[in-house]
Ligand binder design. Structure first.
Ligand SMILES: [Zn+2]
Length: 99
């Protein structure tokens, strides 16, 4: 007899367990999409400044200076940081922070 439903999916169950311990509404970083809870993201160093999809191309001049959300995303894709100057400050995402 084959029990298909009991086959574990590697990584999947672990991640669900990790998320379950924390509140499910942990804020997702707008720049790198990891669950880092808002504020300054330790994974990409983007600071949540109220940017939205609608104004992603416009720098807001807040904690991110002249960096727009769109630019930060591009930088993250290239440097793994929202700006090259943050490359030494960022860290790898933890499993429970993955999108
Ligand atoms: Zn981030």
């Amino acid at each position: 007899m084959v029990k298909l439903s009991t086959v574990p999916v590697p990584g999947c169950c672990e991640m669900l367990t990790g998320v379950g311990k924390h509140s499910i509404d942990v804020a997702v970083c707008l720049c790198c999409a990891h669950r880092t809870g808002g504020g300054t993201c330790p994974i990409c160093f983007w600071t949540d400044d109220g940017s939205t999809e609608q104004n992603a191309g416009t720098p807001r001049g807040g904690p991110n200076g002249d960096l727009s959300l769109a630019d930060a995303r591009l930088n993250y894709a290239i440097y793994n940081a929202s700006h090259p100057r943050y490359q030494d400050a960022v860290r790898q995402p933890r499993p429970e922070e993955l999108p």
